[in-house]
Write a protein that binds this ligand. Sequence first.
Ligand SMILES: Cc1cc2nc3c(=O)[nH]c(=O)nc-3n(C[C@H](O)[C@H](O)[C@H](O)COP(=O)(O)O)c2cc1C
Length: 376
Amino acid sequence: MSPRQMKLGLFLWATGHHIAAWRHPKAHVTAGIDIGHYIQLARTAEAAKLDMIFCEDAAGLREANVGIASQTSRSIGFEPISLLSAIAVQTGRIGLVSTASTSYNEPYGLARTFASLDQLSGGRAGWNLVTSASNIEAANFGSMGLRSHADRYERAREFAAVVAGLWRGAGSGGLNHDGQSFSVRDALDLPRSPQGAPVMVQAGASEDGKDLAARTADVVFSAAQTFEEAKAFYDDVKGRLAAYGRTSGDVKIMPGVAPVVAATEPEARAKHEELQELIPDEVGLSIRQLARHFAGARGHWRIVGTPAQIADELQARFEGGAADGFNVMPSWFPGELDAFCALVVPELQRRGLFRTEYEGRTLREHLGLKGPASAA
Ligand SMILES: Cc1cc2nc3c(=O)[nH]c(=O)nc-3n(C[C@H](O)[C@H](O)[C@H](O)COP(=O)(O)O)c2cc1C
């Protein structure tokens, strides 16, 4: 039995993560705006004892070319914090993590929204902090255009510190923050979170991004194809923690993984090929660009195989010091999520690598995190 167990998150994405997911014969094409679909996915993940579900976000269209956008698996969808609030009342244990931008929000409003999600879910909320790199989003928020990378991160650092201060002092005296980008007087009109504070998540891969993660994040998502790449990223982020008075266990690093599983290897390969063949030529050309936008210039790791083969690969990265867990990205919903939960999760449990029951009620308890980062 391994004393350390891996963390597993479910990365939600309308019809599924494969770009042709919406063309799968069993796909639910309007999944992006079907609350019943999302509740079903969340319940499946919760029944399998996954740590959390995760929603990406961009406040704008994902693709400027309408012809291409109409042929991808995610063209329409709910605003994610609204979506997670609805899922919160239909689930009881699973963590609820949403992306939100530091470039197009104000800290008081966002701290309040996540504190509210945290209260109504009994301490299961998490915030994936992004600085937003796309021009499409910038064009929806005033005339100043996309800020420079350095400016975005400077604003993000102050933003994260203000939010942490508000969460720490929820329900108590005023914050009285007067900084470069923000001025915030009051405390939040909510009590302190059942888990101390919502969980902080980040997925930036730049130097500024990794530094901000080392200073403030509880969970870091990444995209890495090879073991070496995953290990280098892992060591890099963990190596930055000491400078902020933190230790390795304070941050869980969870690379993305797109498993395609079936009872036999030929069956798994056939399932994967079926989706690959459904990619329209026009969209095939833009995959690189989309992957860049959402996964920091690199694609996520795909494993096609049997439950034992997939468990072997996950175990090797977990025990080899390249991951604390994984952000699972099923190729299409619900089929490939169902297959992962029915075939891979029990195999991981048999090996003692994943829980068979939730240990606590809050997301912080699931992740085995002590408390909010004090350096924030
Ligand atoms: C798993 C994963 C999910 C991400 N989700 C989002 C997202 O929802 N919205 C977004 O704007 N960026 C998202 N990103 C991109 C990064 O969070 C980050 O903004 C981007 O890599 C640019 O920051 P950097 O310059 O520090 O790398 C995601 C990245 C990864 C690896």
